[in-house]
Write a protein that binds this ligand. Sequence first.
Ligand SMILES: NC(=O)c1ccc[n+]([C@@H]2O[C@H](COP(=O)([O-])OP(=O)(O)OC[C@H]3O[C@@H](n4cnc5c(N)ncnc54)[C@H](OP(=O)(O)O)[C@@H]3O)[C@@H](O)[C@H]2O)c1
Length: 325
Amino acid sequence: MAKRIQLASTGGPEVLEFIDFTPAEPGAGEVRVRNQAVGLNFIDIYVRTGLYPVPSLPSGLGTEGAGVVDAVGEGVTHLKVGDRVAYAQGPLGAYGELHTLPAEKVVCLPDGVDVETAAASMLKGLTVQYLLRQTYPLQGGETILFHAAAGGVGSIACQWAKSLGVKLIGTVSSPEKAALAEKNGAWATIDYTKENVVERVRELTGGAMVDVVYDSVGKDTWEMSLDCLKKRGLMVSFGNASGPVEGVNIGILNQKGSLFVTRPSLNGYADTRERLEAMSEELFAMLESGKISIDIGQRFALADAAKAQEALAARQTTGSTILVP
Ligand SMILES: NC(=O)c1ccc[n+]([C@@H]2O[C@H](COP(=O)([O-])OP(=O)(O)OC[C@H]3O[C@@H](n4cnc5c(N)ncnc54)[C@H](OP(=O)(O)O)[C@@H]3O)[C@@H](O)[C@H]2O)c1
């Protein structure tokens, strides 16, 4: 037996139950990981509330964790019992002491990356890898707008953009969050709860506006984000912290300057073993070189996952949050 967080129905934080369960034996091509740290992500809230469909109920929750390989199924050649590993994709159930998942989703950790750092950065760091290096391959010299710059994904994006020589303008909701984003390398910050973002972007860029907007806030920022772009700029809408963007008239892209828009996801980029390995290697190199350091702003016991999700949804967290089994 082991412990995990389970939901019998979708809904508020109260649907999360901390229960005993019998972890699955790994089948062919699978491994079981003994989690030492679990990553908390906003996506877990979308799943809990039902915004993103749960394949079946009752269900585990979470897709990000790190620890050691506990058992290996038939045909798995790249992992053995005892290996230090991390993962950010695969079936729901990372919120648990043990998690069984396809071995192709699991990567070995280099010596220089500890398990807490890995659990706090696999999903968020791989996301920043594809956003800054693939969705729009930044070359250095660009100016970009990145919303929620003091959050988990945002804190990594600030550091990665700085190391690429990119001017990142980060939006935040408080002076404390502004200071954190700037410490992480944001070139400038805007408090989007108080300031006029479009006007501030205009001032900061001398009227030029930005090449790319990375928007994970969704409903509340969609239109304002489009207004911050240069002609033919790229709008990357990659999350829904304030609710999903709906009912878009595609003609708005014409009216606001022949804009491009994309709605990417990690699973759409790390979709093969080769791509996952290449993206992970790049992330680990950034961590090992010290160009990116992971700020674990909060730690919660796994049993307190509901409290952790409440804090994340209430904008009370900064940087990454981990759950400790
Ligand atoms: N598509 C993908 O592949 C992918 C992968 C990973 C994450 N994401 C998305 O990236 C975003 C960041 O994820 P994360 O786990 O690192 O979370 P996070 O950034 O640590 O937390 C979300 C932040 O969004 C901001 N926010 C703005 N309006 C909000 C509202 N109405 N309610 C709650 N928060 C609001 C808050 O920052 P302020 O207080 O500063 O406003 C909050 O701290 C999420 O939207 C997530 O879904 C997408």
